[in-house]
Design a binder for this molecule. Sequence first.
Ligand code: 13P
Ligand code: SF4
Length: 387
Amino acid sequence: MTFTEPAATPLALLLLGQGSDAGSERGVDCPGDLPPASDPTLVARATAAKAALGQRVFVLGHHYQRDEVVQFADVTGDSFKLARDAAARPDAEFVVFCGVHFMAESADILTGPDQQVILPDLAAGCSMADMADYQQVVEAWDVLRDAGVADVTVPITYMNSSAAIKAFTGEHGGAVCTSSNAERALRWALDRGEKVLFLPDQHLGRNTAVLGLGMSLDDCVVYNPHKRDGGLTPEQLRNATMILWQGHCSVHGRFTASNVADVRSRVPDVNVLVHPECRHEVVLGADLVGSTEFIIKTVDAAPAGSTWAIGTELNLVRRLAARHPDKRVIFLEKTVCYCSTMNRIDLPHLVRSLEALTRGEVVNRISVEPQVAENARLALDRMLALP
Ligand code: 13P
Ligand code: SF4
């Protein structure tokens, strides 16, 4: 298994559809109304609305988005690349974020005060981000303080966390990380302190500490916010280098070590490539691990005829398989499904957002409260400044 950090990847810029059907039937006047998913004119409507908005709108699409949405993205990327991309278009009045809530919050923090960030469906949250609640983190810090370790602990929060958690991290001298730069973020933190409180994905934290930094599993403890004092004694906290929050991704957390063993026994010469949100034993059994950008670059660069079993979200794996008919790209485990919250963003929601903008209405704006944004920006800027 090789633990890797990716470089940047080329953009997928795909604009499909032609014609305009702005006057087609829709449920009018109610901001909750969506065009029906079966409407055959949706592609034409999205194309027309986007063309009408021109440079005023910038559409970002995470790699886990549906094809029907990705085709309208001006840029696609993992959460790190999209955070950078969002900050790189200060001229765009509207940033339509096809991803999940924490990504849109980060985009709002990184864009200017005159820019408005829109999440086409407010129900597109993230179960992992929801596993670290602000009050729970404040209480955990008190537990660390009582154990005498808060002063030597640097918080690092995965991008997949609320703006409030990012703000807490910024205020306490820490940084945000993504799956692209978690190793660099941990090294940065351990140059400044003796311990890391890693939020909220225990798997990314553990995988990076053990496989990236060479720590042992004994250097890691798991803080359970549902137990008194996190379920840890002061001595355990004092002995640990990594204090991992007990959170996980409900998609990647479903891959198992037996999926890896099974694919190796069924598929000759298979290369197993997984995301670092997978469990430690899955990552140990894989050949390569890396962020979504890394997964894409690896398959893009692989020789024709090679075979890949991929452990990440299904929309991305299906797109890779379609893009590389000369390679065999298979899903690591057939019962793991799409990320249900990423999939909330569909073409009807995107059409509604874009058409509303053409009428001068901003539907589903994501706006982070200024004080929270200021502190969260500290943590995001520290990430963006990582070498
Ligand atoms: P990256 O975009 O950092 O690869 O993370 C994957 C993910 O789960 C996003 O929600
Ligand atoms: Fe959250 Fe996992 Fe879905 Fe990413 S894939 S948005 S971490 S639940």
